[in-house]
Design a protein around this ligand. Structure first.
Ligand code: PAZ
Length: 309
């Protein structure tokens, strides 16, 4: 497995802005570890990774993930006093923007005259809150946003973040809500130019993406608190798969969810048993992430206390 992982990274196209990412990352970690008593730092991954089919990519395989879970969780972590590294898929849902109309966003604005632009009264509150909350989180150094698109970018960035967080130890957390591709086309066996059409059906052989969770736990950031996610469409196999992942990857909890009900309820699977976490249906403004993050933060506090004993 170690060999597969090394060869994945060795053959990946290098990150274009690695220096800049590292600089921002180290500055963010330094600021938050040294700010009064130090803040806990969580890396929230969000959205789906793409799998390019050509090196000069025209076509790619994608998945369903909207990034809502990651964005809502980020807001809750910031509210709980965490510094958040938001590793997100470009173009997916962003923290503090969930109540803005996305289609068409420009309908939020109006021009009373040629030199002024105003937010339409019906959207005023939502836009005001989004701008204020986002700016406050960035200004107080609680939010660092790092975008990815491909599986290659995602895994390289996750490794950078994990190794940069190594010294934060138990005060760091990984909350891995991104929907990461299980299969990909290895860079070296990928055609450089656009795949030509017109010569019948296309056969593509996909390799399995090496599982990085074990190496994150054992090498990259062994002391970090680690939460992974398991999504299934068949509720009959969900709990079994989540329990298996808990044991196999030795994470601290697995959040199990089913595609069609993921916004209503999740199950937190851990060695202390399974806890069902639900959205409060009687409150229209409630999200499952509000209760989920409360529980995770609580578990993280216990983990920190235990790691000092
Ligand atoms: O991004 P979203 O809000 O539409 O969905 C969230 C989710 C289902 C991608 C997440 O909760 C999850 O389960 N992520 C891991 C998926 C997996 O098993 O790979």
């Amino acid at each position: 497995m170690e060999d597969e992982i090394s060869s994945f990274f060795e053959s990946s196209p290098p990150l274009k802005n690695m220096e800049e990412i590292l600089e921002n990352l180290n500055e963010f970690i330094k600021l938050n570890s040294s700010s009064q008593g130090g803040r806990r730092i969580v890396c929230v991954t969000s959205g789906g990774t793409t799998v390019p089919l050509e090196q000069r990519c025209v076509r790619y395989i994608d998945n369903f993930s909207s990034g809502n879970r990651g964005a809502a969780s980020t807001e809750n972590f910031v509210k709980a006093g965490y510094a958040v590294i938001f590793l997100y898929r470009r173009g997916t849902c962003q923290p503090y923007c969930r109540s803005l109309p996305d289609d068409p966003f420009l309908e939020c604005f109006e021009f009373p005259d040629k030199t002024n632009i105003q937010v339409h009264t019906s959207h005023l509150e939502a836009v005001k809150m989004a701008v204020m909350d986002q700016q406050a989180a960035v200004a107080e150094g609680s939010l660092l946003k790092l975008p990815f698109s491909t599986i290659y970018e995602y895994l390289q960035m996750l490794r950078l973040i994990a190794t940069a967080l190594k010294d934060v130890g138990p005060y760091s957390m990984f909350y891995l809500a991104a929907a990461v591709s299980d299969f990909y086309v290895p860079w070296k066996s990928m055609t450089e130019h656009k795949i030509e059409s017109g010569s019948g059906p296309l056969d593509i052989r996909l390799a399995q993406v090496p599982k990085m969770l074990s190496v994150l736990r054992s090498n990259w950031a062994p002391k970090a608190f680690c939460i992974s996610f398991k999504l299934e469409t068949d509720s009959k196999i969900l709990m079994e798969k989540a329990t298996k992942a808990l044991r196999k990857y030795k994470v601290h909890a697995v959040v199990a969810n089913e595609l069609s009900t993921r916004k209503e309820e999740v199950v937190v699977v851990s060695s202390s048993g399974n806890v069902v976490v639900k959205r409060e249906c009687d409150k229209p403004e409630s999200f499952v992430e509000d209760n989920l993050i409360r529980l995770i933060v609580d578990r993280h506090s216990t983990y920190i206390k235990e790691s000092h004993n």
